[in-house]
Structure formats: C-alpha cells, structure tokens
Design a protein around this ligand. Structure first.
Ligand SMILES: [Zn+2]
Length: 156
C-alpha cells in the first residue's frame, strides 16, 4: 500500500488513545502535540523508536486532523456560502425595487402626459395602424416587428 500508516488502537487501549487523540485535537503547540503523538504511538503498541509527526490542520491550527475534515473550515465555508446567498438576495431585492420604481415613474409620466393631452407612444402606433409591444427593458412602446425581431432582448 504505502503512504500514511494508520495507528489504529487495539480494544484495550482504545479508551486511552481516544483521550490522547482528544488532547491532540485541543492543542496548537507543536511541542505538546509531538509529546502527545509519541504517547499515542506507544499506546497503540507501534513504537519502534520512530518519530511520528502529528498532522496539523492548516485551517484551524489544531492537531490530529487536516483541513479536509476540519469542522472550523466547514463552518467557515458554510458561513461564506450563506453570506454569498444573502448578497445575492439583497441584489435581487434591490433590482426588483429599481424595476418597480422605474415602472411607477413611467406610469406617472404617462398619466402626466395624458393630462397634458399628449398621446402615448402606443397610442401613436395605434393611430398609425402599427402593431406595437412594450420593450422588454421598459423603454416603452416599440413596433411589434422590432421587439419580435430582437428576441435576444427578452432572453435573459
Ligand atoms: Zn481544523
């Protein structure tokens, strides 16, 4: 196989090794971690005079696990994703507000124009007998052939 040697405790030593592993996971000091690791190697009956260097997590700095199975890193990642989602939602809300405001303004302008006796663009097209549609970006009335011919405007 090669690669990392797994130091799995025998049943009798399991409790002691469990307690040592817990201690290992609660330190960020490498000297202390190394001392605990030495104890673990002995406790599992694998001591042959070698030094087994404990793994230190690059995310939280504690020993005995890596970034790949770090709860702190996992929590940070979840928080980042949540913040990202919140930003997106705020962005959508802002965009919806802007669209709503623009539409309200357009209706006010239209009412004002009507009050002044002006005809809307749409009414103008109707008088001219030209089929018309609202521009998908809220730019007002355009001949239908134009809007239809610009499907890329509506595809968002
Ligand atoms: Zn960690």
């Amino acid at each position: 196989m090669g690669g990392r040697v797994a130091y799995r405790p025998k049943k009798a030593d399991a409790e002691r090794v469990g307690a040592l592993r817990l201690k290992l996971s609660q330190t960020r000091e490498w000297q202390r971690a190394q001392a605990i690791m030495n104890e673990i190697v002995v406790a599992v009956g694998k001591y042959r005079g070698q030094i087994v260097v404990p793994r230190q997590c690059k995310a939280c700095g504690f020993f005995g696990h890596t970034r790949a199975n770090c709860e702190v890193a996992e929590r940070r990642q979840a928080e980042r994703e949540e913040m990202e989602l919140c930003r997106e939602i705020r962005g959508f809300a802002r965009y919806a507000d802007e669209v709503e405001r623009a539409e309200a303004q357009r209706l006010r302008d239209q009412a004002e124009d009507r009050r002044k006796g002006k005809v809307t663009q749409g009414e103008m097209y109707e008088k001219l007998g030209i089929a018309w549609s609202e521009h998908p970006h809220g730019l007002g009335a355009f001949p239908t052939w134009y809007v239809e011919g610009r499907k890329d405007l509506t595809a968002q």
